[in-house]
Design a protein around this ligand. Structure first.
Ligand SMILES: NC(=O)c1ccc[n+]([C@@H]2O[C@H](COP(=O)([O-])OP(=O)(O)OC[C@H]3O[C@@H](n4cnc5c(N)ncnc54)[C@H](OP(=O)(O)O)[C@@H]3O)[C@@H](O)[C@H]2O)c1
Length: 235
């Protein structure tokens, strides 16, 4: 039985819900982050164990502050909430769409992480997992891996920014023992966008990788980017 306490943002569905389910299954207390109370409550019921609703909209400062005020100690923060927008190249995308996506995927992670840092600092083994994307890897984007060149520019560049933040947070928090790593979950069948909705990957497989990073031992890595299968992803 693990007495640890975790928060997963955007845990009312998709990969986040699977992460919450697996952490709760391992005996942890899990705050199921959801911006909508009813959707979150439904997920809490389905997840079972010691899952608890925490209403948090990662793009809303007041909502984040209210959520953080309800959590005294936090061992694991999984920054999972994300949006993707449509498949558009940068030259055809509206700057407002970039702003909206960055608000959730980049600024939301900064705001949530900073708000919950006091609670994380009270943990003996604090861990942060940023759910990123292999499509945010510039090394992969400039190699042969991605046939969809230049696609989903706003989303993918937001994940590149998240990768940078993963490194900077890891460096900044190394002295506090807070490990910060990023995950590329692979293509999973979720509501994120048209591509993922048509994808065949099981979200639970990606969730298992997030759980591994959430439960890293004290001699585990920090400031790294891993694929769902545990292999390193080039930045
Ligand atoms: N699926 C894939 O193939 C794939 C691949 C690479 C990376 N990812 C990443 O995996 C993460 C989870 O995505 P998913 O595929 O599971 O998609 P999903 O099923 O659409 O889930 C996204 C979750 O984020 C929540 N969310 C969105 N904006 C939010 C906000 N402002 N505040 C709080 N919650 C918010 C959604 O809540 P609502 O229900 O309220 O909208 C939902 O719970 C994302 O960061 C995504 O970029 C997914």
């Amino acid at each position: 039985m693990d007495n640890s306490i975790a928060l997963v943002t955007g845990a009312n569905k998709g990969i986040g819900k699977e992460i919450a389910r697996q952490l709760a299954g391992a005996g942890l207390t899990v705050y199921v982050g959801s911006r909508d109370a009813a959707r979150g409550e439904r997920a809490v019921g389905e997840i079972g164990g010691d899952a608890r609703l925490l209403v948090v909209d990662v793009a809303d400062a007041a909502s984040i502050a209210d959520a953080a005020s309800q959590v005294g100690t936090l061992d694991i923060l999984v920054n999972n909430a994300g949006i993707s927008g449509e498949d558009k190249r940068a030259d055809r995308e509206d700057v407002e769409v970039f702003r909206r996506i960055y608000e959730t995927n980049v600024f939301g992670v900064v705001a949530v992480t900073n708000a919950f840092l006091p609670a994380l600092r009270r943990s003996a083994h604090p861990r942060i997992v940023n759910v990123s994307s292999g499509t945010g890897s510039l090394a992969w984007a400039t190699g042969p891996q991605f046939p969809h060149r230049g696609s989903y520019a706003a989303y993918r560049s937001s994940k590149t920014a998240l990768n940078a933040l993963t490194v900077y947070y890891a460096h900044a928090l190394a002295g506090s023992g807070i490990k910060v790593n990023a995950l590329a979950p692979g293509l999973r069948r979720t509501d994120l966008n048209a591509r993922t909705a048509a994808g065949g990957g099981d979200p639970a497989e990606a969730a298992a990788a997030a759980v591994r990073l959430a439960l890293l031992p004290d001699d585990g890595p920090t400031g790294e980017f891993y694929s769902w299968d545990g292999t390193p992803v080039p930045w």
